[in-house]
Each structure stands twice: as structure tokens, then as C-alpha cells.
Design a protein. Structure first.
Ligand code: SF4
Length: 73
């Protein structure tokens, strides 16, 4: 769990690195979605995640395709 006042950050997926495992969509289906045609993950929710959760997602991606972009205003 993240603290309620924790900073939120935006996420990004490097489509060239994504290998379509789907871990990100499984963990955060409101933020990541795999393409029906190409099984490449894309960010669908710009609201992002609490920083600690974002770091966990970065860590759980097997191809290193997920990164943190910037704090959400
Ligand atoms: S966890 Fe990483 S490799 Fe797997 S679908 Fe998401 S971005 Fe792609």
C-alpha cells in the first residue's frame, strides 16, 4: 500500500523493448493495456501511480521497458 499523500508519477512504455509478457497489465490494468493486434503494452491512464507502486512496476517488467516519466501535477 502507498501513503495517501505519496507523489504520483506518470508511466511510459518503450514499445521497442516490450516483449508482451503482460505483467504490467495484470498488476495495473487501469494504467497498462496490451494491444489486441501486436501484444505490446501501452499506457492508457495518464494519471499514473503512486511512486512506490510505479517503482515496483518498473522492477517487475522483465524487459526493462517501463519507466517513470515525471510527477503528475
Ligand atoms: S511487463 Fe514489460 S514486457 Fe511485459 S507487457 Fe508490460 S511493458 Fe511489456
Amino acid at each position: 500500500m502507498s501513503a495517501p499523500d505519496e507523489e504520483r508519477v506518470s508511466m511510459a512504455v518503450d514499445e521497442d523493448r516490450c516483449i508482451g509478457i503482460g505483467q504490467c497489465e495484470l498488476l495495473e490494468p487501469d494504467v497498462f493495456r496490451l494491444g489486441d493486434e501486436d501484444a505490446i503494452s501501452r499506457v492508457v491512464d495518464g494519471v499514473g501511480l503512486a511512486r512506490s507502486r510505479a517503482l515496483e512496476l518498473v522492477d517487475r517488467c522483465p524487459s526493462g521497458a517501463i519507466s517513470i516519466v515525471e510527477p503528475v501535477a
